[in-house]
Write a protein of this length. Structure first.
Length: 327
């Protein structure tokens, strides 16, 4: 018998048997964040905060996000399932689509994986077993924007929702609608197909059609940077005919900040995405190390940006690119 060969085979067998365990052990050190497409200015800022926290704390992390908004619900659900299967140290996830997402949050918590909910779903984080929530007060994001719009004279407003499956966006619209109606005006939510996000021509055509369909519309709010920038082009064309149309948006980017500073947009409701990414790493890290977590919701928005403070925020975003919203 060739004992050298047998020894080599035995060693190889031991190493092979140990490999899955070693891999699993390595994976347990990872904090996984499930974000949105980094091509979106908002999610680019979230990822920047995530990357900065990773660097500051020297931890192993993984950013996972879909390439675009096409089939976003099933794609995001599969990403979450894959993250749970890895049994990481923690998962940061947005509860954007409650029907498929909430059972997975409960599953992860039941398996001993700390879950921090970011961006969407703050009202139910404790019920679902998550250790905390970092994000906006969605209703106030819209309501405070609506108050600014009313101050600009808006009597008939539209809230353009680009992801109909996300209840958080409906809450934003409801806040805007309530602010306008409380002041004696009227407003409603309209749906923009999510697959059109990123296609400027389609978004501009859709917004132009909305404005043409009802000549009394004098206010629009969009719920994301990309849609807001595209809507501005449509609004400019209408304004050129002498018709007054107010425009505000949620979230920031250089183009939005420049438009607010110039008075082309009246406001941007900021939910400070950089902090969502940063705290999404820091809080589970502190929880795993010290078993400490915030005792309530961490609200990072709305922070209202208007013409009065837009230039100062823009200066920060240019000196530290992407920190207040990527382009």
């Amino acid at each position: 018998m060739n004992f050298s060969k047998l020894g080599a085979l035995t060693l190889a067998a031991i190493m092979a048997a140990a490999a899955p365990f070693a891999t699993a052990q390595a994976q347990e050190d990872v904090i996984i964040m499930l974000g949105g497409p980094s091509s979106d200015p908002f999610w680019g800022a979230v990822q920047q905060g995530f990357d900065q926290a990773t660097k500051d704390y020297g931890v192993k992390t993984q950013w996972t996000a879909p390439a675009d908004f096409n089939d976003i619900v099933p794609v995001y659900t599969k990403m979450f399932e894959a993250a749970i299967a890895r049994k990481p140290a923690a998962i940061a996830v947005g509860n954007f689509f409650p029907e498929p997402t909430e059972p997975l949050i409960k599953q992860a918590a039941a398996e001993g994986i700390p879950v921090i909910i970011i961006n969407s779903g703050g009202a139910k984080y404790q019920e679902l077993g998550a250790i905390g929530f970092i994000g906006e007060d969605s209703y106030q994001m819209g309501y405070q924007g609506g108050k600014v719009a009313v101050g600009k004279g808006v009597k008939n407003g539209l809230c353009i929702n680009q992801i109909a499956a996300n209840p958080v966006l409906e809450q934003r619209c409801q806040g805007y609608i309530d602010a306008v109606t409380e002041a004696g005006g009227k407003a409603k939510m309209v749906i923009l197909a999510s697959e059109d996000i990123g296609n400027s021509q389609k978004v501009q055509a859709a917004v132009s059609a909305m404005l043409m369909q009802d000549q009394s519309i004098d206010g629009i709010v969009t719920l994301g940077v990309a849609v807001g920038v595209d809507a501005l082009e449509s609004v400019k064309q209408v304004r050129a005919t002498g018709r007054a149309v107010d425009l505000g948006t949620m979230d920031l980017g250089n183009a939005v900040l420049e438009a607010v500073a110039a008075g082309e947009m009246s406001f941007a409701s900021d939910q400070q995405p950089f902090l969502q990414g940063y705290y999404g790493v820091m809080i589970p890290l502190m929880y795993n190390k010290y078993k400490m977590a915030p005792s309530g919701v961490i609200s990072v928005g709305p922070y209202m940006v208007t013409q009065e403070n837009a230039a100062a925020v823009l200066e920060v975003n240019k000196s530290i690119p992407g920190s207040r919203g990527a382009n």
